[in-house]
Design a protein around this ligand. Structure first.
Ligand code: BDR
Ligand code: CA
Length: 319
């Protein structure tokens, strides 16, 4: 079976960690490496979290390259405590994952992506699920490698509502200028934004009564999810915990799992109230050629099953 080769760019918080499990446990995906960025937490923390997850699932063979520590233009001053991911980004578990014994490779995220793209005979898919800083930096630094990027399947944005401002989604507003560069780059884009990712949730009861009981890894993930559950139950009033970052991978593996439309999308980098909004021309008012396939809905049952299957696979095959 021909696998889909990806480099995944993560700001490892809780849903990134679950998406890492999906990427590593799905037989159709070949993860060439993880690159890391600031976002949910500072980059040194998200890098450490990425290494911790690889150790947890026994995949220390996969390289990790540390990347952006701050956005391209704006300042980055994360609060000491994330109301979504906790202090440590992995839910401040009662029994935290051990400090990693492995280390990142000795090159930056951009260098790692560039070297991997250059060395590959076939184009590679990039899957950024944090701020777009690393991918935008790659595009600026290595325009000659654009043909080597098969597509970018990103978690970020939305056609209307936001979760970090009334209209902006967190990954985009953390570095709007980077996202702006990506959306105007001409690279093939799929945007897994909030329109669909909010609908791709594990219900609260389902999480407790089914998901958590599957195997040792789902139990660990469940204990990671306390703060995340509280956030979605109390503040977001969602029927469950949104698997934002995983949707990129599910869409890659099974395009039918997502309902999508092609739209022209740009990012507002000037607005007072709309800074960081992915402005989506749903009615083609601007008459521009669509530059992104935008996810609008997801087959939730199949999506969550795919996550469960991948985790079960990883749990059973831990080296
Ligand atoms: C995105 O923001 C982060 O908190 C999540 O990891 C996800 O990538 C959702 O808006
Ligand atoms: Ca993320």
């Amino acid at each position: 079976m021909e696998k889909i080769k990806i480099i995944m760019d993560v700001d490892t918080g809780i849903d990134d960690a679950i998406a890492m499990c999906l990427a590593l446990g799905n037989e159709k995906i070949d993860v060439l490496g993880f690159t890391t960025t600031f976002g949910n937490r500072r980059c040194e923390v998200t890098t450490k979290n990425t290494l911790k997850i690889l150790e947890l699932v026994g995949r220390t063979d996969v390289p990790v390259a540390a990347g952006a520590t701050r956005p391209m233009v704006k300042e980055y001053n994360p609060p000491e405590y994330s109301i979504v991911h906790g202090y440590d980004g992995l839910g401040d578990m009662e029994n935290p994952l051990p400090e990693p014994s492995i280390t990142p490779v000795d090159k930056s995220a951009v260098q790692f992506m560039a070297d991997t793209l250059r060395a590959s005979d076939e184009p590679i898919t990039l899957v950024p699920v944090g701020p777009m800083t690393n991918v935008a930096s790659l595009i600026l630094a290595h325009p000659e490698l654009l043909p080597k990027i098969k597509e970018v399947v990103l978690m970020g944005g939305s056609t209307m509502q936001g979760n970090a401002s009334p209209v902006a989604e967190a990954n985009i507003i953390q570095d709007p200028e980077a996202a702006y560069i990506l959306f105007r780059s001409g690279v093939k884009l799929r945007m897994a934004g909030l329109d669909a990712t909010w609908k791709g949730y594990i219900g609260f009861d389902e999480l407790e009564n089914d998901f958590a009981k599957q195997n040792w890894l789902t139990e660990t993930i469940y204990s990671m999810c306390g703060i995340y559950v509280e956030h979605y139950r109390e503040r977001m009033k969602n029927p469950g915990i949104a698997m934002h970052d995983s949707l990129t991978l599910a869409w890659l593996v099974n395009p039918d799992i997502v309902q999508c439309r092609d739209y022209y999308v740009t990012v507002d980098i000037n607005g007072r109230y709309t800074y960081g909004m992915t402005v989506t021309d749903v009615n083609n008012v601007l008459g521009k050629k669509p530059n992104a396939s935008v996810a609008l809905d997801v087959n939730r049952i199949e999506f969550i099953q795919m996550i469960k299957d991948a985790i079960a696979n990883l749990a059973a095959n831990k080296k």
